[in-house]
Design a binder for this molecule. Structure first.
Ligand code: NAD
Ligand code: UDP
Length: 338
């Protein structure tokens, strides 16, 4: 297929481009590089021995985006839409910035797609659309509720995409609700490269292990979980990338709007993740347990059965694989792509 991948230079996008190239899809990436480097795409091409096209374009620039679609020698069959901002805390500080970049840019994208007769899209949604769930594992039919501007931007985009389909059922829309992506490609050449001090658990742990940060703060030890720390559904980024390949195949069946949880269905606590990381790497992760981080749910993990049944997809990599691959990437690239 001829695919447009927005945000393809980023963490999940680059791993997905790699899996798509392996399946011989033709890829055009648009990314404004606001949170990534073109080096990731250079490495994806090096690993696969295959080429992709790259345009440095901001999705807020509708004309530039339109030019990319118009300049294709073969019509784009589908879009995979990763581009957006993703830091919860920052979204609380700068809500307008987040709504612009996550919602307005998606409106632009959909308008340009429609104008060019492209009506197949896979959207990077998130388990954050379930808010603070009362019951776990969460399943796709639960009501959606964002608890911060980032989460609400995901809920809004899901609603917009549903409305677009209601108005014109030629569209096919895959809403992929990711749980907690971690890990890196087994080559150790591409991985997560956060700007500054990481917000997320695994990049923080690996920067502590390599000595860039002094110690990890575990946010909360008094939750009603087995060991008192929060539980999440961590998923290897390569499993997640493969999920996109499967979702694309699903869109070829003209399914309308479909939503899938992409997770393992298995929750691990923060302390369990630290223990797994220490075990597979042999490195110590000094940590202290502090108060809770505002807005954190005690437990969130998903039921991935729908994706298994309808996409023939399930996560295959273990928490140990996730930690080992994160560490391989961190050791080989202590300063990320710089
Ligand atoms: P990332 O920041 O590594 O990748 C996003 C990419 O989009 C970056 O390369 C960035 O430069 C680009 N981008 C941002 N705004 C843009 C714009 N206006 N125009 C063009 N390019 C733009 O993030 P990621 O972890 O790869 O996440 C990808 C998607 O998955 C995001 O939509 C994110 O919200 C969603 N998601 C991520 C996680 C996670 O934990 N990483 C979990 C659930 C959902
Ligand atoms: N966490 C932590 N210390 C950190 C970063 C994260 O204890 O420095 C915990 C956080 O409270 C949550 C889990 O690790 O329970 C995963 O957090 P992350 O920010 O990676 O993802 P989230 O689940 O919030 O999307």
């Amino acid at each position: 297929m001829n695919l447009l991948v927005t945000g393809g230079a980023g963490y999940i996008g680059s791993h997905t481009c790699l899996e798509l190239l392996k399946q011989n899809h033709n890829i055009t990436v648009v990314d404004n590089l606001s949170n990534s480097s073109e080096e990731s795409l250079r490495r994806v091409q090096q690993i696969t021995g295959k080429k992709l096209s790259f345009y440095k374009v901001d999705l807020l620039d509708r004309d530039a985006l339109n030019n990319v679609l118009q300049s294709q020698s073969k019509k784009i069959d589908a879009v995979i839409h990763f581009a957006g901002f993703k830091a919860v805390g920052e979204s609380v500080q700068r809500p307008l910035w987040y709504y612009q970049n996550n919602v307005q840019s998606t409106l632009n994208l959909c308008e340009v797609m429609d104008a060019n007769g492209v009506r197949n899209i896979i959207f990077s949604s998130s388990c954050t659309v379930y808010g603070n769930p009362d019951v776990v594992p969460v399943h796709e039919d639960l009501p959606l509720s964002g608890t911060n501007p980032y989460g609400r931007s995901k809920v809004m985009v899901e609603q917009v995409l549903n409305d677009i389909y209601q108005a014109d059922n030629r569209w096919n829309i895959g809403l992929l609700r990711y749980f907690n992506p971690i890990g890196a490609h087994e080559s150790g050449q591409i991985g997560e490269d956060p700007l500054g001090i990481p917000n997320n658990l695994l990049p923080y742990i690996s920067q502590v292990a390599i000595g860039k940060l002094k110690q990890l703060t575990v946010f909360g030890g008094d939750y009603s979980t087995a060991d008192g720390s929060c539980v999440r559904d961590y998923i290897h980024v390569v499993d997640l990338a493969v999920g996109h390949v499967k979702a694309l195949e699903k869109l070829e069946e003209n399914p309308g709007v479909v939503a899938y949880n992409l997770g393992t269905g298995q929750g691990y606590s923060v302390l369990e993740v630290i223990a797994a990381f220490e075990k597979v790497t042999g490195e110590k992760v000094p940590h202290i347990i502090s108060g809770r981080r505002s807005g954190d749910a005690a437990e969130c993990y998903g039921n991935p059965e729908k994706a298994k049944m309808e996409l023939s997809w399930q996560a295959e990599r273990s928490i140990e694989d996730m930690c080992r691959d994160t560490w391989r990437w961190q050791k080989a690239n202590p300063n990320g792509y710089c």
